[in-house]
Design a protein around this ligand. Sequence first.
Ligand code: ATP
Ligand code: MG
Length: 462
Amino acid sequence: MSRTPRILIIDDEPLMRISISDALKADEYYVKETGLGRDGINLSSDNGFDIIITDLRLPDIDGIEVLKACKRQSPETMVILITAYGSVDTAVEAMKYGAYDYITKPFSMDELLLMVKRLIRLRDLEEENLMLKEQVEGRYNFDGIIGKSERMKAIFEKVKVVSQTDSTVLLLGESGTGKELIANAIHFNSSRKDGPFVKISCAAVPETLLEAELFGYERGAFTGAVKQKKGRFELAHRGTIFLDEIGEMSLSVQVKLLRVLQEKEFDRLGGTETLTADVRIICATQRDLKKEVQKGNFREDLYYRLNVVPITLPPLRERKDDILLLANHFLKYYTELYRKGAKNFSLEAKEALLKYPFPGNVRELENSVERAVVLGKGEDIQPWDLSEEMTGSLGGAIKAINNIQGHDNLSKALKEFEKQYITRVLEETKGNKSLAAKLLGVSRKTLWEKCKILEIIKNPDL
Ligand SMILES: Nc1ncnc2c1ncn2[C@@H]1O[C@H](COP(=O)(O)OP(=O)(O)OP(=O)(O)O)[C@@H](O)[C@H]1O
Ligand SMILES: [Mg+2]
């Protein structure tokens, strides 16, 4: 799922071993290999492989012993046996000891790859089922807010604590990270939950009207004020007010808000009576408010008054653990909403989801899944059902091929392709080599070597 599948190959025929290893590596699996059974058992105990592919006949011990030992060490590891024609009976016998399947020599690499793919899919489904079960049980679900990453779990804890107080909360984070969802959760988990929850977006209301909206007005306060109107603060009495996009509030309205915070009082526009309201304030913004203070767009005194309990929602790309959990949550929700049959994400779609940086965060993920549910043709959701951007890495590969000039021999062309592709991924990760290695499915060492050989970076400090 989120991790690269890990595979161990045990076969004493070097040519066979290397061909299998190369084919699997080309499919972005993590592969280790050895020619000896005992070595394989040791490697397996240290590495926790998802799949072990072992020949039945090995020079030191036979494949069945390897199977039994590996299964004892880690029962979840799935074992595929390679058998020579004629020893199929032994292989069938081996199924009793927990081998998943066997393949008879000679076989085509495609056949083996298909088997491996099927196994990985099985593992994913099992993990997914477990995840959904846990989700249903509410382990990763706090009031409809889904998350199992450490950062989201810490936020859930903070929300629980802060809900029990009347402190002002400032929600920060990029667009679509769930600020409004958190504001809801704070109100509905607080002692004010039976009181009003009043929302207003400071960006949606024109500056001249915002003050009137927030504090209300008396009849005749301005042209068009034909009767008295209560403001949002008054309406939120004994409840919570959620001031969304607070960074867009003009300096003149900021002064009035500061007064409410400091003195707990305000006037209706054109009014003479000073009013008070018992209101808990939650604010949200996508902006870096501290920077806005430095730029003179936001009052420093107001900033400190609002920044009592800041909660920063991390962008989705910084909590990859949540991506598939959220994707499955939305998949379930939208297949039910649109009355579609059960659907799954293909392996490729999952990989695309995990690689994509999600500039629009959870909202973008939700929209992509909804679109895929509505428009996707097959049973499995493919990257291209999700969005054009998520088909990206394949698109990038095609672009890189087109960029190769002239008619070099194959090995030269492949090298050029590798160079361009690695360069592009390094650009995408802004030079973060660990992340680039992860995305490319190679170790940091391999990336370092490739950078050196292909002269990508003159002096790579990995
Ligand atoms: N952790 C989450 N679990 C489930 N749904 C989520 C989560 N985070 C966000 N969403 C969903 O994503 C969408 C965007 O969330 P929300 O409106 O709270 O974001 P926001 O931070 O207020 O964005 P903006 O700054 O653009 O207003 C909503 O449909 C919300 O339900
Ligand atoms: Mg919002």
